[in-house]
Design a protein. Structure first.
Lengths: 582, 336, 200
């Protein structure tokens, strides 16, 4: 199912604007516009054509082209469910800011400045997003080496002088920020106007990872807030440009490490789309089932840590008890508990093992009782209500303006669920309900996630029923030229071995073109934009992370609230640093 | 000569109480850890001694032998004083808590309490409040942002619950006509004071949870928000004294006072007076049950926000305590 | 079919509020769990057996007569004795690896004109345990075992070498080669957490 802008709207645009270049393809439709017309076009799209939801903004580097950088804006029309991309060359390495149209573009533009060195005219505070102030390079540029510039001597602390740990050991590393750099970074983000500036993080039990919050506080009330991200920035987008499509799958696990399987499915779906590979029916059901197991797993971790933040210590252990069972299932099927690397282009890595469906059936029979227990302790507890109700209210306007997705968007009553609007895998063949909130506060987000766990259980049940009748069917479409053969085929046929060698060495020769496809991660829309130049590696891969955009509204919601509310808000937005930083 | 004898006896008795409380508190930590463990379907300490029985000793050794770090920028005097301020008053409440009636062994009369002051209850309240200064000092002396917020939160909570606590205790005092804890117990031989004072009991439970910093009122630590609150900068035994004083000794001693005020002290349970159980065993059974109740609450509920606690204290608990005085007054008029 | 539904917000009635019904209900749950049996595994005294598919540290299967047909084809170019690693130095594992520099593979030409693998180092500090290398091995040589305790005092201790990889595989295969491809085999140990599962 394609969601790109229809021809009628494109005609309206081309009538209204001159000098635009519309590129329409099956997987991606973009409007290229001159820099001086960019704001008018975006405004027209937003106000007149209903593309009011901001999805993503990013740059692509073309070193041989002049101007060098191209900015791409992705917009969504929530009423008619259509997407559109707007492309604009950054003449003079700068673009006009669109933060007046969509507030959500603020961080995206900062990221583009950080990674490419593209300036934004009129941006309120154009500082680096992930790296520190004083860092000299813009790492996503094509001329920046993959390994970085290794010029800092940092030998291993436990190394004997005569010892050489491994063949690839080097005591030289890329540059690290000094204390002065960090202080400059902090000063660039927030100026002290009130009593104290509290550094909440980067290593703090309440921040769920390594996010560095800066609170300018009056008493215990937060007046100003900014967030320093990047402690877990690994340059996944840069890595992707240097790996084949299959080799990148393990890295998708490590972005949102709590919902690894969902990330894999979202990525593999995008690659399959551009390759034109159709996975077998069984693989689709396995993927859907595993995704939903992972969603329950992720929501359980969220519930446990959320309750822990609010002081209910015991819930944490109860949720981890159930989570351990899902981990056992994933370990038995995929081989590893957390970063499972189970999905492959064209299917899944291995068939379901014997007994897997029995164990899953046992789990789905057992789990509702436990879910009921969590709800009994929390849902109507007066303390839980007082901490959650009417805190951090998000309305529909915020959702569109900040590009909020996932549960955060649905709590505001926006029915934005990728499983529903663009079903991949077997989502169009299972029954489930998309829960929506009425108020948009933390309590709604809590209720929604609890309900989603029930719905996921329902989906898993349907998949298990279906999979019981599919024993022995093909789980990976190895007859497709782009799909790696299974081990058994390699052992027994020379053609498969040659195909395997070719795909491993040269990668999947993806036809030239672009694709944007997203999946419904537990944390929001995880989108993959792949720009292929017909090689075995993507020319540019952009990962649109749900948690990154969802976190952005935190700075607004926290204003005027206490530190105690910060943990509740953060918990209910549920970011994972691996995904915000990538 | 008689004075010297009294001093010697009192010193020995105090030492027994203090050492007993120390050991008791150490094993209360084990009790809590075991309880929390089993509530969370895990066994708790298991490997030091049979079923982790020697764990408190191992913990004590560990805490005592840890390097005692004192940050450069702290106010040294207050920093050291704070941990003592939290600990000493908590244990001093014991001075006025009676554990039973005087009894005779081998012709010697033994009084299972240190002193029977006629203002015992007031003294207990006063020491309880002083103990909180330790927390506030610790927050201020650490010269760090998180401890300071923790200490200020505790101060805000203190002002709220102390008023309610004072009024809540009026009911039992009115019924017994005395501040002496022993006389309050003796007045309950026929009927426990919980019966007309049920509202006061609710207020007192709230206040004890707030004073000892147990969930749902553990705002001063709130590890998810403030790392460790007021103890963030503390290490070693200075750190160890805070939870020992607050979570164990204070909780235990205040449970004892609650039992004395509302559950008839060492009077046996109704209809069970014929059992051959000594008075102080009854007392400890009741205190133990109340302590377990606090643990049970702690390991179930989430945490309030600090402004919600003060709101609760002023808007709910204080009116309840006042209403309780009114009810008790009517009760006394009707039943004499 | 996908449906949309709005969530109800349950509240607390006044009667529940006055009698602390919400607290009592919650405390009943904790009490119920207090009476349940513990679910933990006492690591390191008790260990669960990882499933057969578990991706632990790497190993090299040896030449032992159970080779796949593909090995028979390549064997005649190789100088491999019985009981030695099957590796044919095709470098496919390195090609498939997202972090290829963790491999260091060297092979020499013997006087008879055959190839002999002299070095196969893997620096597991850089390894993601994604298993792509084992999927690329055309002769069923490189596998992943069920060994997961890999702590070492020095960086050098985490590097795998040719001979110890062969030893590990012999050990692994002697324990688990004939095992069925099942989700797990230690149902008894796992029943602590899982309870009794109805196997079909």
């Amino acid at each position: 199912m394609q969601l790109w802008i229809d021809n009628q709207k494109l005609e309206t645009v081309s009538e209204r604007f001159e000098n635009i270049n519309i590129q329409k393809s099956e997987n991606f439709t973009s409007i290229q516009v001159e820099k001086n017309q960019l704001i008018q076009l975006l405004k027209f799209l937003k106000e007149d054509l209903g593309f009011k939801m901001f999805i993503d903004f990013f740059c692509v580097d073309y070193p041989l082209h002049n101007p060098r950088f191209q900015g791409i804006y992705l917009l969504f029309n929530p009423d008619e469910r259509q997407r559109v991309a707007v492309k604009c060359w950054a003449e003079g390495d700068s673009l006009p800011t669109i933060t007046s149209l969509w507030k959500g573009a603020k961080w995206a533009e900062r990221e583009a400045w950080d990674m490419f060195g593209v300036k934004f005219e009129g941006h309120e505070n154009l500082v680096r997003m992930f790296l520190w102030e004083g860092y000299k390079y813009h790492p996503l540029r094509k001329d920046f080496p993959l390994r970085g510039i290794e010029d800092t001597y940092l030998p291993s602390l436990n190394l004997r002088p005569d010892e050489k740990p491994a063949h690839n050991y080097s005591p030289y590393h890329t540059v690290l920020p000094t204390m002065e750099d960090l202080e400059r970074t902090q000063k660039a983000r927030i100026q002290k106007k009130n009593q104290i500036v509290l550094n909440w993080g980067p290593l703090h039990p309440g921040t769920h990872g390594t996010i560095w919050f800066l609170f300018d506080m009056e008493g215990e009330y937060v007046k100003e807030c900014d967030i320093v991200l990047g402690q877990l920035h690994r340059g996944v987008e840069k890595i992707a440009e240097n790996l084949t499509y299959t080799q990148f799958i393990p890295y998708t696990d490590r972005m949102d490490y709590i919902s690894a399987l969902c990330s894999q499915v979202a990525y593999v779906n995008a690659v399959e789309k551009v390759l034109g590979v159709e996975p077998p029916e069984k693989a689709k059901y396995i993927r859907t089932m595993m995704c939903e197991l992972q969603r329950i797993n992720s929501h359980l971790l969220w519930l446990g840590t959320f309750a822990l933040d609010l002081g209910a210590l015991t819930i944490f252990l109860y949720t981890f008890r159930e989570r351990e069972k899902i981990m056992d299932i994933i370990e038995g099927i995929a081989g590893i508990r957390l970063n499972s690397t189970y999905i492959r282009i064209g299917g899944v890595a291995k068939d379901l093992p014997e007994g897997a469906l029995d164990v899953i059936t046992h789990f789905i029979n057992d789990f509702p009782e436990k879910l009921e227990e969590y709800e009994t302790i929390l849902t109507t507890n007066r303390i839980w209500l007082r901490r959650n109700v009417d805190l951090g209210i998000i309305n529909e306007e915020d959702v569109y303006s900040y590009g909020l997705t996932g549960v955060v968007a649905r709590s505001a009553g926006v029915p934005y669920d990728i499983r529903m609007i663009q079903p991949t895998d077997a989502y169009d063949r299972v029954d489930f309900e998309v829960p929506l909130g009425r108020v948009g506060d933390c309590y709604d987000r809590y209720l929604l996630r609890m309900e989603e766990m029930r719905q996921s259980l329902n989906i898993i049940k349907q998949c298990v029923e279906k999979l019981k009748g599919m024993e022995g069917e093909k789980y990976i479409a190895t007859d497709n030229p782009y799909v790696l053969p299974t081990l058994n085929e390699v052992f027994n046929s020379i053609e498969s071995m040659v195909k395997d060698f070719n795909l491993r060495i040269y990668g999947e020769q993806v036809p030239e073109g672009e694709v944007y496809l997203s999946g419904e991660n537990p944390r929001g829309e995880l989108g993959f934009y792949i720009n292929s130049k017909g090689e075995g590696r993507p020319y540019r891969m952009r990962i649109r992370s749900g948690a990154f955009y969802n976190l952005q509204i935190f700075t607004e919601l926290i204003k005027g609230r206490t530190v105690a509310d910060a943990v509740v808000l953060l918990g209910s937005l549920d970011p994972v640093v691996g995904e915000t930083d990538r | 000569m008689e004075l010297l004898g009294t001093v010697v006896v009192l010193t020995i008795k105090s030492l027994i109480f203090i050492i007993g409380m120390f050991l008791g508190a150490a094993y209360l930590t084990l009790l809590e850890r075991k309880f929390a463990g089993h509530v969370q379907q895990r066994p708790g300490p298991l490997h030091v001694g049979p079923h982790g029985f020697l764990q408190p000793i191992a913990d004590a050794l560990k805490v005592l032998t840890k390097e005692d770090l004192v940050p450069d920028s702290v106010d040294k005097v207050l920093f050291y004083l704070a941990s003592l301020m939290a600990f000493v008053p908590a244990i001093m409440i014991l001075a006025v808590v009676p554990f039973g009636d005087p009894f005779t062994i081998f012709g010697v009369e033994i009084k299972p309490y240190i002193t029977d002051l006629n203002v015992g209850l007031l003294l207990a309240l006063a020491f309880g409040s002083i103990s909180i200064y330790g927390v506030i000092f610790a927050g201020w002396a650490s010269n760090s942002k998180y401890p300071m917020i923790g200490g200020l939160r505790k101060a805000a909570v203190l002002i709220g619950y102390e008023v309610a606590l004072g009024f809540a205790l009026v009911g039992p005092i009115m019924m017994a006509g005395s501040f002496s804890l022993r006389e309050i117990v003796e007045a309950q031989q026929n009927m426990w004071f919980i019966i007309p004072n049920i509202l006061a009991f609710v207020v007192v439970i709230f206040c004890i949870l707030a004073e000892t910093g147990r969930t749902p009122f553990d705002v001063q630590e709130a590890e998810a928000e403030l790392v460790g609150g007021y103890v963030t900068e503390y290490t070693g035994m200075k750190f160890g004294l805070f939870p020992l004083a607050e979570w164990y000794i204070a909780t235990f001693v205040l449970s004892a006072i609650t039992v004395i005020l509302f559950f008839g002290g060492w009077n046996p349970l109704p209809l069970m007076g014929w059992l051959p159980i000594p008075a102080f065993v009854w007392f400890f059974i009741k205190v133990f049950l109340l302590f377990m109740f606090f643990l049970w609450v702690h390991w179930t509920l989430p945490r309030y926000r600090v402004d919600q606690i003060t709101e609760l204290a002023w808007k709910v608990m204080l009116p309840l305590a006042l209403a309780n005085i009114f009810i008790v007054a009517i009760w006394i008029i009707i039943f004499g | 079919m996908v449906k949309i539904k709005y969530i109800d917000r349950p509240g607390l009635t006044n009667r529940e509020r006055v009698f602390f019904v919400d607290f009592i209900k919650g405390m009943r749950i904790t009490l119920k769990n207090l009476l349940r049996k513990t679910v933990t595994t006492y690591y390191p005294f008790e260990k669960l057996t990882p499933p057969k598919r578990f991706r632990g540290t790497h190993a090299h299967r040896v030449k032992n007569g159970k080779e796949p047909p593909s090995f028979k084809v390549l064997e005649k170019f190789m100088d491999i004795k019985e009981g030695e690693s099957r590796c044919v130095a095709c470098y496919m594992c390195q090609q498939a690896c997202p972090v290829p520099e963790l491999f260091k593979i060297e092979a020499v030409q013997t006087p008879e004109g055959k190839k002999r693998v002299t070095r196969f180092d893997m620096n597991l500090l850089n390894c993601m345990y994604c298993g792509l290398c084992t999927e690329a091995c055309p002769v069923d040589c490189l596998i992943m075992t069920d060994i997961y305790e890999t702590a070492s005092y020095h960086r050098a201790g985490t590097v795998l070498h040719l001979d110890d990889m062969a030893r590990r595989a012999v050990d692994f295969d002697s324990r688990r080669f004939d095992e069925p491809d099942r989700i797990w085999i230690d149902d008894q140990e796992r029943s602590k957490l899982w309870g009794q599962i109805k196997w079909s």
